[in-house]
Design a protein around this ligand. Structure first.
Ligand code: DP6
Length: 352
């Protein structure tokens, strides 16, 4: 909504969550949020998990302010400031640096963001949140460009939520980070049979945030060097598997990468434990199920928390769900599941 007469400009957008199958873990540049390895993810359907952000600018606002799920947050966050400044810089460049004639740049902004799922549940809420913020601000300031580089300044994984379907975040090689951007490997319509089950083992805040966790791993884990050497081959192989819709290869690389990521966490000093006993039981159940089928039918992956994300084909959802419900009755063990399709379309301004 644009209402310059009332001196207020307002934009609302939604953005989806993405779950990595090759994890991003470790930064070579903290300020620019440049990773030590490329990563690959699947963007989920916005119908169930999404961030929604409204940004407003007005000359009557005395300060920049921000609310997350109705609670006011500090605008001092370096990430928010970097993201906002970068977008404003684009706007300045568009106006050839002539900021005096551009009132909008002088106006203060209000940001309201909410997730339609528990923010603390470790379901990549920061990825959706920062992707949404980057997109909303770009609309507000009416600028265009590769927004994945802007979203990345908020939270690394957010750059992959800029696209639907299967996405790669290329680590890039430039010092200024200009080539550390995400791109779509295949669209959300490419593999319509692929399904995602999210098993919420715990909705408690994670023991150690991703940012601190990756710093500790880079500083102290000897295995991390080996991981950095392995990832490029895994990225190439999983991209090929995605393009060929080769579920077995896709699933095996996904599980191996998740386990390698948790191994470097364990190899950090002091060790970082993200998986709980229930997470480990899910891993065992998946391997037992796959071996009873004689073929890999399900893959698990875990981010920086105990919640499992299972990839499987549509034809197996019923069987796997009943198995999960049998071993982890939701009421008893407080394990919730979401069934997800892939995301269509990509980030969109909210239609009213
Ligand atoms: C384990 O993107 O949350 O989910 O860039 O420090 O904000 P920052 O980290 P963040 O890290 C995500 C880590 C991960 C793996 C992944 O999504 O690739």
């Amino acid at each position: 909504m644009d209402n310059m007469e009332d001196n207020i400009k307002c934009v609302t957008c939604t953005a989806p969550v993405n779950i990595a199958v090759i994890k991003y873990w470790g930064k070579r540049d903290e300020e620019l949020v440049l990773p030590v390895n490329s990563s690959v993810s699947v963007t989920l359907d916005q119908a169930q998990l999404r961030a929604k952000t409204t940004v407003m600018a007005s000359p009557s606002f005395p300060n920049d302010r921000m609310w997350l799920n109705g609670k006011e947050q500090s605008m001092d966050s370096k990430r928010i400031q970097n993201l906002l400044n970068e977008i404003k810089q684009w706007r300045k460049e568009k106006h050839n640096g002539d900021t005096c004639t551009d009132g909008l740049l002088m106006w203060k902004v209000h940001i309201c963001s909410e997730n339609n799922f528990p923010t603390a549940a470790g379901l990549a809420s920061s990825a959706a949140g920062y992707a949404c913020l980057a997109y909303s601000l770009a609309k507000l300031y009416n600028v265009e460009g590769d927004l994945s580089a802007i979203a990345r300044r908020g939270s690394g994984s957010a750059c992959r939520s800029m696209y639907g379907g299967f996405v790669e975040w290329d680590m890039g090689s430039q010092e200024d980070g200009s080539d550390s951007v995400s791109r779509q490997i295949a669209s959300e319509n490419h593999w319509p049979e692929l399904r995602v089950l999210l098993l919420v083992v715990s909705d408690q805040q994670k023991s150690m945030g991703s940012t601190e966790g990756m710093q500790a791993t880079l500083k102290t884990s000897q295995l991390m060097d080996r991981r950095i050497q392995c990832v490029p081959e895994s990225v190439e192989k999983i991209k090929e598997a995605i393009l060929k819709k080769d579920f077995k290869t896709f699933a095996e690389i996904t599980m191996k990468d998740s386990n390698q990521f948790h191994a470097v966490c364990l190899d950090s000093c002091p060790p970082i434990f993200y998986l709980t006993d229930v997470s480990k039981q899910i891993i065992q159940l998946v391997h037992a199920f796959n071996s009873s089928c004689g073929i890999t039918k399900v893959a698990y992956t875990f981010d920086a928390g105990p919640n499992a994300c299972l990839y499987l084909l549509e034809e197996d959802v019923g069987r796997v769900l009943s198995l999960i419900c049998h071993f982890f009755p939701p009421d008893k063990d407080d394990l919730n599941t979401f069934v997800q399709g892939l995301q269509t379309p990509s980030i969109s301004p909210l239609k009213k």
